[in-house]
Design a protein around this ligand. Structure first.
Ligand SMILES: Cc1cc2nc3c(=O)[nH]c(=O)nc-3n(C[C@H](O)[C@H](O)[C@H](O)COP(=O)(O)OP(=O)(O)OC[C@H]3O[C@@H](n4cnc5c(N)ncnc54)[C@H](O)[C@@H]3O)c2cc1C
Length: 454
């Protein structure tokens, strides 16, 4: 029997994971990528932003050297050195993904892919057009930053997140527009580099999608660090005057600085894919999918940001794996589960770090659902005190009748790592008792999880 032929358009986390899993299970795989394997996640999103945040974290750690029993240190940012570090990290991570695909005999075509017919994909390369026959097609073309028509992005002082790694010169005063996850991460990043920062928040709460108690903890920290917050202010226009840039808000306020970063959402990359040629439905440019990640044409799947589900690399990767399993007929295996987006853990890499999974306390109250909430502050954790960072708390939401863990939030150092335990409990139906009975290492921050499960 000939192997299943997969053609995947887009080599970001969704596409390269689908390619790798399909190849691992014996499929013949062609991956078409127009920019770089690893996608926006490697070039502009997860990897460079977290690398910059790690540098900021090193700076704030060094700035606390005196409190850790060292002599005082006054770290300063070196833009050239930072730019080489980012390039080095991106190169190493990209090399490891491409070598894996090479090892799995995935054929990578450098070019732009589109659908010509239900089973015909065309790759446009520097050498011309190539038509490839496919049994299964995966569309994983990602998204790009949204630029409102009132924002004259110039790549110099008025930036999208893509021009910020790092900017040619460090801003004296950065104005960030948008207080979702991306916006607050940029606030934290540049504040830790020593820049003045103003955040324009259209609502009354930073991180409007998050548990209010969690968002309040971050907001308090921003204020303590001297971040200026323009709450309830919607940006309406931007003006540049020499080296000065100003954001005019709908309530009459004006935020002036040296640079502006826009973090106001994203748009799907679905144009030019030939979706009309095969009758694939779209909604607002996104490609709707069923629980198996199938589009309205069953052998054509979509993964990642373009599918309009949770825009996270982790979700794109999981969709890529699920697609390979489903298309290869492995989903009958009892271990295969349909992806439950409500159980995806997510994090905000600020200081303190924020992470959550599953049901949030505020959502449970809004739904009138009976829950048990247990919470411990990190001030009670020996390791947090040793680390000289006892900010934050762990909160676990469980079912009062059965003890099954329904969700949790963590604010504090290494929250994004610690949430893995609550995420495992949520996805596996474990109870608070299961967490409590686990013997964790002492002294660790994880011990606070057992206390929070009491
Ligand atoms: C600033 C920022 C930070 C983020 N940080 C995190 C984080 O820490 N953790 C996290 O989980 N998520 C994070 N995200 C979200 C994450 O980056 C995205 O969810 C993820 O990149 C989506 O993966 P994807 O495979 O859908 O698309 P992408 O990574 O966008 O990859 C899509 C690829 O498709 C290619 N492509 C598009 N059209 C075509 C075509 N026609 N032919 C060939 N190739 C094509 C593109 O060149 C691109 O390489 C962040 C986002 C932003 C904006």
């Amino acid at each position: 029997m000939r192997p299943t032929r997969f053609v995947i358009i887009g080599g970001g986390p969704g596409g390269n994971t689908a390619a790798s899993y399909a190849a691992r299970h014996g499929a013949e795989v062609v991956l078409i990528e127009r920019e770089i394997i690893g996608g926006a996640a490697h070039l502009w999103d997860c990897i460079p932003s977290k690398s910059m945040i790690a540098t900021g974290g090193a700076m704030s750690f060094l700035a606390r050297a005196g409190r850790m029993g060292l002599g005082d240190v006054k770290p300063r940012i070196d833009v050239g050195n930072l730019a080489s570090r980012l390039a080095g990290v991106e190169h190493r991570i990209n090399r490891s993904t491409t070598s894996m695909l090479e090892g799995q005999r995935v054929r990578v075509i450098e070019g732009t892919g589109s659908l010509q017919g239900p089973h015909q994909v065309v790759a446009e390369t520097v050498d011309g057009l190539e038509e490839i026959e496919a049994d299964v097609v995966v569309l994983s073309t990602g998204s790009r930053p949204r630029v409102p028509d009132w924002a004259p992005v110039d790549g110099e002082r008025i930036l999208t997140t893509r021009e910020a790694y790092p900017p040619a010169e460090m801003p004296d005063h950065l104005v960030v527009i948008g207080s979702g996850v991306t916006g607050v991460e940029f606030v934290h990043m540049f504040k830790s580099f020593g820049c003045e920062v103003t955040l324009v928040v259209s609502r009354q709460q930073v991180l409007p999608q998050k548990d209010p108690e969690v968002a309040a903890a971050l907001e308090a920290d921003f204020l303590r660090r001297g971040v200026r917050l323009f709450k309830g202010a919607r940006a309406r226009s931007i003006e540049r005057d020499g080296d000065e840039v100003s954001v005019h808000c709908d309530d009459g306020r004006k935020a002036t600085g040296s640079h502006i970063i826009l973090a106001v959402g994203s748009l799907p990359n679905s144009e030019g894919l030939g979706l009309d040629n095969v009758g694939i439905e779209t909604k607002g440019g996104y490609i709707p999918i069923d629980p198996y990640c199938r589009t309205s044409v069953p052998h054509i799947y979509a993964a990642g940001d373009v599918s309009g589900k949770l825009p996270l690399s982790s979700v794109a990767q999981m969709q890529g794996r699920k697609i390979a399993e489903h298309a290869m007929g492995l989903s009958d295996d009892r271990r295969h589960r349909v992806l439950d987006y409500d159980k995806a853990a997510s994090a905000v890499f600020t200081e303190p770090e924020i992470a959550d999974v599953g049901l949030a306390e505020a959502d449970a109250f809004a739904e009138g659902r009976k829950i048990r909430v247990t919470k411990v502050p990190f001030t009670a954790s020996a390791k947090a005190v040793i680390n000289d960072d006892p900010r934050g708390f762990i909160k676990i939401v469980s079912d009062p009748a059965t003890g099954v863990v329904l969700g949790g939030s963590i604010v504090g150092l290494h929250a994004a790592e610690l949430i893995a335990i609550i995420a495992l409990a949520v996805s596996s139906g474990l109870t608070v008792h299961d967490i409590k009975e686990s013997l964790f290492v002492h002294p660790t921050l994880a011990e606070a999880l057992a206390d929070a499960a009491e």
